[in-house]
Write a protein that binds this ligand. Structure first.
Ligand code: NAP
Length: 341
């Protein structure tokens, strides 16, 4: 069935210095590899673009290996099995996995996991029920540990992780303050997701004052998605025994100079605060628990989610670059093809 069919791939063309550009990526056409015994051919339906991928484009030491130049970029993908040489999966099954940024992946069947589109739309497995939802769940509940009546501040609040953080904090009875970069986003957080207060960091000329107004009782939990000056300002308002899950620092990912800021140690001592970096994979053995709770809250209507879906494989680089310009509301995805009937 794959005879004469071409595959399209996206490779890392060069390691970016500062903000990546279209030149960071190279499109290539190759023949589709036929699956061998134990393998399946997966057609990409949805592809995830994520800020952490910027880190892997550099060759600096990190918690995961850097991407290799001239190789296909790996990422989260939901796809459909179109050819199977495995007893594990049949044609038509929908699967998720860390696959290559390409229209077709030929992989061992055991490297992908089947997903059930009767439980949730396929795209949700790359957003609220996927890596970003689990990041919010474990970072907030395990490290942040919000309690009823406390104030939880989340930066990057209208993104994939942030929107879930705020809603879980509401479920736990906290007062939730979201920081995001447009009025569309702050309106969405307050009107659609029930955040108690929001700050548009791009239009606020006095972040310290805006935080004082939004957090009259100080900050008990700060879920940090962005780092930089936004986080510097939140750190001045920590209550005693505050908890700070450090999830991301997107404001620094494309910096070419040192990311210098105020010293935070005295603030942590005075407030007895706990700050802890984490990666979602730290919780890999508890993903089932997280997915079950998120799925339950979703089905009960206690959590909503938003996705910004760009159409077409050609637009993958543009969708990725848009993350650093705040173009996405909720999870940024690319729809590459339609599922079969
Ligand atoms: P996202 O929030 O959906 O998308 C990125 C958002 O970051 C943009 O929409 C933009 O929103 C904001 N942003 C971009 N540049 C910024 C800047 N200079 N200052 C402040 N905000 C900026 O992405 P996500 O997938 O949910 O990830 C959020 C953060 O969590 C990222 O830092 C990511 O690396 C991290 N993360 C960590 C883990 C982990 O395991 N630790 C897992 C997933 C994600 P605005 O319009 O509001 O600026």
């Amino acid at each position: 069935m794959t005879e004469s069919m071409e595959n399209q791939q996206i490779l890392l063309a060069a390691r970016p210095n500062g903000m990546p550009t279209e030149e960071t990526f190279e499109f290539r056409e190759v023949p589709i590899a036929d699956p061998k015994a134990g393998e399946v051919l997966v057609r990409t339906l949805y592809l995830s673009v994520d800020p952490y991928m910027r880190g892997r484009m550099s060759d600096a030491k990190s918690y995961v290996e850097p991407f290799q130049v001239n190789e296909v970029i790996p990422g989260g993908i939901v796809g459909e099995v179109v050819q199977s040489e495995s007893d594990h999966l049949k044609v038509g099954d929908k699967v998720i996995g860390m696959l290559g940024w390409q229209k077709y992946n030929t992989v061992e069947a055991t490297t992908v996991r089947q997903v059930d589109e009767t439980i949730a739309p396929l795209s949700a497995y790359l957003s609220v029920l996927g890596m970003t939802g689990l990041t919010a769940y474990f970072g907030l509940l395990d490290i942040g540990q919000p309690k009823a009546g406390e104030t939880v501040v989340v930066s990057g609040a209208a993104g994939a992780v942030g929107m879930v953080v705020g809603q879980i904090a509401k479920i736990k009875g906290a007062r939730v303050v979201g920081i995001a970069g447009s009025e569309k986003k702050t309106t969405f957080l307050e009107q659609e997701l029930g955040f108690d207060a929001t700050i548009n960091y791009k239009t606020t000329d006095n972040m310290e004052q805006a935080l004082d107004e939004a957090c009259p009782n100080g900050v008990d939990v700060y879920f940090d998605n962005v780092g930089g000056p936004i986080s510097d300002a939140v750190m001045n308002r920590l209550n005693d025994f505050a908890r700070i899950p450090v999830c991301g620092a997107i404001s620094s990912y494309n910096k070419t100079d040192d990311d210098l800021g105020p010293r935070i140690q005295p603030k942590l001592i005075k407030s007895h605060a706990m700050i802890k970096g984490f990666v979602v994979q730290d919780y890999a053995d508890r993903f089932k628990e997280g997915t079950q709770d998120l799925g339950k809250w979703l089905s009960e209507g206690r959590i909503k989610y938003e996705e910004t879906i760009v159409e077409g494989f050609d637009n993958v680089p543009q969708a990725f670059l848009g993350l650093f310009k705040g173009e996405n509301l909720g999870k940024q995805l690319v729809k590459v093809s339609e599922p079969s009937e």
